[in-house]
Design a protein around this ligand. Structure first.
Ligand SMILES: *[C@@H]1O[C@H](CO)[C@@H](O)[C@H](O)[C@H]1NC(C)=O
Ligand SMILES: *[C@@H]1O[C@H](CO)[C@@H](O)[C@H](O)[C@H]1NC(C)=O
Ligand SMILES: *[C@@H]1O[C@H](CO)[C@@H](O)[C@H](O)[C@H]1NC(C)=O
Ligand SMILES: *[C@@H]1O[C@H](CO)[C@@H](O)[C@H](O)[C@H]1NC(C)=O
Ligand SMILES: *[C@@H]1O[C@H](CO)[C@@H](O)[C@H](O)[C@H]1NC(C)=O
Ligand SMILES: *[C@@H]1O[C@H](CO)[C@@H](O)[C@H](O)[C@H]1NC(C)=O
Ligand SMILES: *[C@@H]1O[C@H](CO)[C@@H](O)[C@H](O)[C@H]1NC(C)=O
Ligand SMILES: *[C@@H]1O[C@H](CO)[C@@H](O)[C@H](O)[C@H]1NC(C)=O
Ligand SMILES: *[C@@H]1O[C@H](CO)[C@@H](O)[C@H](O)[C@H]1NC(C)=O
Length: 248
């Protein structure tokens, strides 16, 4: 008996590893299933349209700016989707990230017509209504580093200055990409790295409004005074950390 046990132990674990590698998508950073917007059934036309739409969303390999916008179907069964990658993510990594969301989101929200989820590198939204060109600030996902920044007042001022300069750069970006990232030096030589991004379908004014609103959400939240944090909304997002987390 004893001499078989290593094999018995080894094989089931190998099997498990193979299964998880081929089927499991990494868990989302955030996910919202909108359950007040309408539900669909597995055999519905909407579901079939959504499947077609999602499986085709990243098929245009000429898109190299990280924003995908598409729709499929007719009338009340039409499905709409938007995919956004962080502005520094390379096209292949972008498609691969969105491909993961495309598989996982309908599993996580199996009946909801409207849903949103994402990872560090990308976000997917879909619905039975058009999403393109509409400023949306809810729902909102927040995350923070538990460590406090030192000298919080001066830190906050440095963060605000950095945020404002990045926001105006991002908002003035093109209809293909509205993204900016950079760093600043806070009190006690603390380097602050930050990025801001809007979906590029927003106007400059809308992008700026979305970002300003997002930054003002920091005040009084758990993020205020922390060394790092982020807020992600459907139309824009903001993140800062004490080490570099974005590419060049
Ligand atoms: C509806 O959505 C909210 C927010 O996403 C969630 O907290 C709640 O559990 C959902 N309810 C159901 C029945 O899925
Ligand atoms: C989306 O679906 C819900 C419920 O099924 C429906 O009430 C709503 O009118 C639909 N929206 C559009 C734009 O068709
Ligand atoms: C959709 O289904 C959820 C449960 O999955 C339920 O809580 C919600 O009320 C339903 N929404 C509509 C509009 O029927
Ligand atoms: C889809 O399945 C539901 C039960 O899950 C059933 O009530 C409905 O009639 C079916 N609809 C179609 C179009 O087949
Ligand atoms: C799939 O996407 C391509 C663009 O990449 C488009 O030309 C084609 O019509 C789409 N197919 C479907 C079924 O939506
Ligand atoms: C985005 O998708 C919507 C809905 O399908 C469409 O009306 C719009 O023209 C698209 N915009 C771009 C820039 O592709
Ligand atoms: C993403 O999925 C599409 C369609 O299934 C596939 O053609 C493409 O190779 C995938 N791209 C990446 C980078 O995984
Ligand atoms: C972090 O700062 C807050 C005040 O902004 C304070 O209440 C809290 O005790 C500090 N936490 C640590 C671990 O120093
Ligand atoms: C900080 O940003 C400047 C440009 O504003 C850049 O030259 C420098 O390399 C950045 N520092 C780090 C550590 O990334």
């Amino acid at each position: 008996m004893a001499m078989f046990s290593p094999i018995l132990l080894l094989f089931p674990s190998l099997f498990l590893i193979l299964i998880t590698q081929t089927t499991a998508q990494p868990k989302f950073l955030y996910q919202f299933c909108k359950n007040d917007t309408g539900n669909y059934t597995a055999n519905s036309t909407f579901k079939a349209n959504l499947n077609t739409l999602l499986s085709n969303l990243t098929s245009n390999t000429e898109i190299d700016y990280g924003f995908y916008n598409s729709s499929y179907g007719q009338d009340s069964d039409k499905a709409y989707a938007i995919g956004l990658c962080r502005g520094d993510v390379k096209p292949d990594d972008c498609r691969s990230c969105l491909n993961d969301t495309i598989v996982l989101l309908p599993e996580v929200c199996p009946n909801q017509k409207e849903a949103m989820a994402g990872y560090d590198n990308c976000m997917l939204r879909y619905s039975n209504r058009s999403l393109y060109g509409i400023l949306e600030t809810r729902p909102s996902f927040k995350q923070w580093n538990v460590a406090n920044a030192t000298d919080q007042d001066r830190f906050n001022q440095a963060l605000r200055d950095l945020f404002e300069s990045l926001s105006s750069r991002a908002a003035s970006g093109s209809f293909l990409r509205k993204y900016a990232a950079g760093n600043a030096t806070g009190p006690n030589f603390q380097t602050i790295f930050a990025l801001v991004q809007c979906t590029p379908d927003l106007s400059e004014l809308e992008c700026n409004d979305c970002l300003v609103g997002t930054f003002s959400d920091l005040a009084g939240s758990n993020i205020e005074g922390k060394r790092g944090g982020r807020i992600i909304k459907p139309s824009c997002n903001f993140r800062y950390e004490n080490s570099r987390f974005f590419g060049r």
